[in-house]
Design a protein around this ligand. Structure first.
Ligand SMILES: N[C@@H](CCC(=O)N[C@@H](CS)C(=O)NCC(=O)O)C(=O)O
Length: 200
């Protein structure tokens, strides 16, 4: 299978971390979407024009990181990243929604900063920053639920925090959130996270 890839996308990283955690990374060929023809190429793989997307061996295309990760999880017989049912499932999906939401807000903020200065909206940036802060405060209150084996929720939260370190290293998300910071220190040391660190 092929994965449309950008080395700085936290959503691509999420899929790759899931692939490493499930022992499937070697089966994925990366399609570089950072070349000059990238926009056209991305649109061909995903009509939504976003990375990540996947082309399966039979030509089927899948898009959106939750779908890609759940597809990968269906391909192995080990411990599942998506718990099958009950409270564990809803907790993992809820954490995934929060992690993905933080990534959405952080990516939007980066996009806004790239617009011509006269077109940038400080109000928009403030709103995205508030979404990130409120979500991290919630995760700090619920940090105990992040402990234990990786799930899709913990992977999404880990990739979101990694993206904040990558794009906003001086923002200090750890300040006032010691439990979340301690959890992330352990999670970031996992081989799956080390193998997918964004470039400098
Ligand atoms: N919900 C999507 C979000 C993917 C996403 O926002 N990708 C960004 C890169 S980090 C992108 O391709 N943006 C281009 C665009 O929105 O046109 C997912 O989970 O895969």
């Amino acid at each position: 299978m092929k994965l449309s890839h950008s080395p700085t996308s936290p959503f691509v990283r999420k899929v790759l971390v899931a692939a490493h955690e499930t022992g499937l990374a070697d089966r994925i060929e990366l399609l570089d979407m950072t070349s000059s023809d990238a926009k056209t190429a991305i649109d061909q793989v995903n009509p939504l024009g976003k990375v990540p997307a996947m082309i399966l061996d039979d030509g089927t295309t899948l898009m959106d990181s939750p779908l890609l990760c759940e597809y990968l999880d269906s391909l192995h017989g080990g411990r599942k990243l998506f718990p099958e049912s009950g409270g564990a499932r809803w907790s993992a999906l809820r954490q995934q929604a929060i992690g993905d939401g933080v990534m959405d807000a952080a990516v939007a903020r980066v996009g806004e900063a790239r617009r011509p200065e006269s077109e940038r909206s400080p109000d928009f940036v403030e709103k995205q920053t508030a979404k990130i802060a409120h979500s991290l405060d919630l995760l700090e209150r619920e940090a105990e639920s992040l402990q234990s084996d990786p799930t899709i929720g913990r992977i999404a939260v880990g990739c979101a925090l990694g993206y904040l370190d990558f794009r906003a290293p001086n923002e200090g998300w750890r300040t006032g959130r010691p439990k979340l910071a301690a959890w992330y220190e352990g999670f970031a040391a996992r081989p799956s996270m080390a193998a997918t660190t964004p470039p400098d």
